[in-house]
Write a protein that binds this ligand. Structure first.
Ligand SMILES: Cc1cc2nc3c(=O)[nH]c(=O)nc-3n(C[C@H](O)[C@H](O)[C@H](O)COP(=O)(O)O)c2cc1C
Length: 499
């Protein structure tokens, strides 16, 4: 199994690499030495620093050469700490080289712990562009990106863009460096660290799909991996959530589509099939989102077991040959109470538990086959952050008692389906989400779907690479707090995400 996160050991920085503040960030030194970062109307304290460090704050506007800060050198300890704090809060970018026309390359971190690393490349190495890399216009800039990359590269010098495009054919460094416009080993090393470039292994002939990464990566189509990383949190720095970005541009579409022209057939007042609504109709009618939970009477383990048994257990298993009809491999199946595209049942249920009677706080996997919970050892900060983010996303007044994290084993679907794999998975998430809502309602529990999830944190918590198994949906669950008599049920949806 591939491991998720590279430990970010810091290597010697490139001579030309400089860290600088993002354009929307300003640093303010207060009289007591406290340094505060100001951005988007927020103020974030970065701690107290001495006069020598405060004197260097101005360098961070234009670019503080990383080579001028030596790790372990006493005089640089403070500025190094300040850089680390700024980097961890996503307030820095890194420029490499300058011409009269401006910056040649600027790296914008896409994951929380990005720190530029220059991978070693030898003369006899053969390198190629990743099939996930793409160059596009963003505003008035060219950006080089990849859903696998921890950083986005703003390319200010068209000669660099041109030189990189020649890497669509694998190139031996000894030959490539003789070409006009060779972009330099530093940039190539930075791109290699971000998996925008890769080294061919001995015996890899062509640098095409099977040569890059491992068999799990071969299962991903370009657009599916891009869609996955850009419709979730954790591996991209774009603003995300209910931001109303186009509210100045146009009014919202109406809640109900305008009627089609023509004679409508009225159904109001048609006789109901029976006098009393059948239980399913009542269940659908009773279902609504519950975001605040009764922490004096948390959900119990028995209720959780009934909920999972109702909504997500494996109820039947079988195997059959694939449906190509030419004697392909035997495929195993495990049916559950909700439908699933191609009967793939790629969705896994994980639980971040804050409060549940007779179940310890922690992170668990629901073993749908054995109907059992398996604890997974995670860092307390990650569990807390996951629950806090869910509380924030639903605008609740406390942590959800249980956060159900729906993760997908992507390869289970993409092994069979091309081009539609990721969209099928998201459809399955919708189906399971409604099943969770109905099961909760039926058992007298409450819940609320959550539209955002952090794929990088899940990777850290489980040790699973984000492209192998990762979260695609979330659902807050618990015993709903009794609603005061006569209270109106508002839409209440928050759909917020911290950035
Ligand atoms: C896919 C999906 C994502 C949702 N994400 C959120 C969310 O992030 N935060 C939230 O407060 N509610 C979320 N909701 C709940 C909706 O806001 C809610 O279903 C809607 O307002 C209708 O209210 P009702 O569920 O009470 O009928 C989500 C619902 C769905 C189906």
């Amino acid at each position: 199994m591939a491991t998720a996160t590279k430990t970010r050991k810091r290597t010697a920085p490139a001579p030309m690499l400089a860290a600088r503040l993002n354009a929307h960030v300003a640093l303010e030194a207060q009289a007591d030495g406290n340094v505060v970062a100001r951005f988007n109307g927020y103020g974030q304290s970065l701690g107290k620093f001495g006069a020598a460090t405060i004197k260097r704050l101005g360098e961070l506007r234009d670019g503080l050469p990383l080579a001028s800060v030596r790790r372990g050198r006493a005089a640089d300890k403070e500025i190094d700490l300040l850089l680390q704090r700024l980097a961890r809060s996503g307030l820095l970018e890194y420029r490499l080289g300058r011409t009269r026309g401006g910056d040649q390359v600027v790296i914008e971190p896409q994951v929380a712990d990005y720190w530029p690393q220059i991978a070693k490349i030898a003369s006899n190495d053969t390198i190629a562009l990743s099939r996930f890399a793409y160059l596009r216009r963003r505003g008035k800039e060219m950006v080089l990106e990849s859903p696998r990359a921890d950083g986005l590269f703003r390319i200010g010098d068209p000669r660099i863009a041109a030189a990189l495009t020649t890497l669509s054919h694998p190139q031996k460094i000894s030959r490539y460096r003789k070409e006009r416009g060779f972009p330099g080993l530093e940039l190539l090393g930075l791109l290699m660290d971000c998996q925008i470039l890769f080294k061919l292994k001995p015996g890899d002939a062509d640098g095409l799909r099977p040569s890059e990464g491992d068999p799990n990566l071969a299962l991903w189509d370009f657009h599916d991996l891009l869609f996955h990383t850009h419709s979730t949190e954790g591996r991209q720095a774009n603003p995300l959530g209910g931001l109303y970005s186009y509210s100045d541009l146009m009014p919202p579409l109406p809640a109900v589509r305008s009627p089609w022209p023509g004679q409508a057939i009225a159904m109001e007042g048609s006789p109901a099939p029976a006098d009393l609504p059948p239980p399913f109709t009542s269940l659908l009618d009773a279902r609504h989102s519950i975001r605040d939970f009764d922490d004096e009477h948390p959900i119990t383990l028995a209720e959780l077991a009934a909920f999972l048994q109702t909504a997500a257990r494996v109820r039947k298993k079988w195997t059959s040959r694939d449906d190509t009809g030419d004697g392909g491999p035997e495929v195993s199946y495990a049916s559950r109470p909700y439908p699933s595209g191609g009967a793939a049942y790629e969705l896994e249920v994980y639980l971040a538990v804050d409060k549940c009677e007779e179940l310890a706080r922690g992170f668990y996997h629901y073993d749908a086959d054995r109907h059992a919970l398996t604890p997974i050892d995670v860092r307390a900060q990650d569990l807390e952050a996951q629950l806090c983010d869910a509380e924030f996303a639903i605008g609740a007044s406390g942590l959800p008692q249980i956060l159900i994290v729906i993760a997908a084993r992507f390869g289970r679907v993409s092994w069979k389906y091309s081009s539609v794999a990721y969209s099928l998975i998201l459809k399955d998430v919708g189906v399971l989400t409604q099943t969770l809502y109905l099961a909760a309602t039926d058992l007298g529990l409450g819940g609320c779907a959550i539209g955002t999830n952090n794929i990088d944190r899940f990777a850290r918590m489980t040790g699973l690479d984000f492209s192998i198994e990762g979260p695609v949906g979330q659902f807050a669950l618990g015993r709903g707090r009794p609603e005061p008599d006569g209270a109106e049920r508002g839409s209440g949806q928050a759909h917020r995400s911290r950035r």
